[in-house]
Design a protein around this ligand. Structure first.
Ligand SMILES: C[S@@+](CC[C@H](N)C(=O)[O-])C[C@H]1O[C@@H](n2cnc3c(N)ncnc32)[C@H](O)[C@@H]1O
Length: 253
């Protein structure tokens, strides 16, 4: 199974997800046999107050495994980058937190998700947002231009995690923060899972051991890397992991 095959399958799955979230029945994913729109989002950690201020289709498209903007300590005026922004839920929340002097940028490889996210941001009335089509393994973002990177259940979907972490490091300003929610494992997964395309698209097969996730982040140059929390059981978890890009000049202190 090649990286290209995995990405094509993931793209197909999330194109379908974006289309379902905008189903013509007029009430988002809840009409299409999936749980009511905010049930899933509440389960992964969004508050009722956050959800009440978001467009229904942004909530209906939510496919993350945490609530990264709630733990990212976002400050007014910061530039935030969301890796794999989907229907835009975390970009909209980030834009509200950093205010008009700040900016939230989402990158996603699926046209339908980019279009849905733009629609949702317009409906939410946030103007300090931008959605760019691209691959998180090759970010369409300038060097050292971002204060905070967030991501919600996307890094597990990328076949080359070293490239994702190297790109995250490149685009962060010195002192920048990396705070993501993602799926990790305790130990490895069996080959029949790792070789199954549907399990890749379902955020399982590409999940790596939490210790390896941390090791790879440190290998890319991040410091103070730690797992902040985890939920789940059975060897596969949703976890919040953070790291920092060191401020040059202080590294040797
Ligand atoms: C599980 S969904 C999460 C979406 C969003 N973060 C959320 O919380 O709702 C995964 C998203 O990541 C995007 N994606 C997957 N692999 C990607 C990659 N290599 N580069 C860019 N986007 C990717 C998919 O198109 C999809 O929108």
């Amino acid at each position: 199974m090649s990286s290209q095959e995995i990405k094509e399958h993931v793209k197909k799955r999330y194109t379908e997800h974006a289309m379902r979230a905008q189903s013509s029945c007029g009430c988002g994913a809840s009409c299409c046999g999936t749980p009511s729109t905010d049930t899933y989002a509440k389960r992964v950690g969004y508050t009722a107050e956050e959800l009440s201020n978001l467009p229904e289709e942004a909530v209906g498209a939510a496919a993350g495994c945490g609530n990264p903007t709630a733990i990212a300590g976002l400050r007014e005026g910061e530039t935030v980058l969301d890796l794999g922004s989907g229907g835009g839920i975390d970009v909209i929340l980030a834009a509200q937190r950093v205010g008009p002097k700040g900016k939230a940028i989402g990158v996603d490889m699926t046209d339908e998700m980019i279009s849905l996210a733009n629609k949702n941001a317009a409906e939410a009335g946030v103007e300090n947002v931008e959605f760019r089509k691209g691959d998180i393994e090759k970010l369409p973002v300038e060097d050292e231009s971002v204060d905070v990177i967030i991501s919600n259940c996307v890094i597990n979907l990328a076949p080359d995690k070293d490239r994702v972490f190297a790109e995250a490091y490149r685009v962060l300003k010195p002192g920048g923060r990396f705070i993501v929610s993602d799926i990790v494992t305790d130990g490895g997964l069996p080959d029949h899972v790792k070789n199954d395309l549907d399990s890749w698209a379902g955020c399982v097969a590409g999940a790596i051991d939490s210790g390896d996730f941390i090791k790879k982040l440190k290998g890319a140059g991040f410091t103070e890397v730690e797992e902040l929390s985890r939920r789940g059981s059975g060897g596969i978890y949703s976890a919040e992991i953070q790291g920092f890009k060191p401020v040059s000049g202080l590294d040797s202190c």
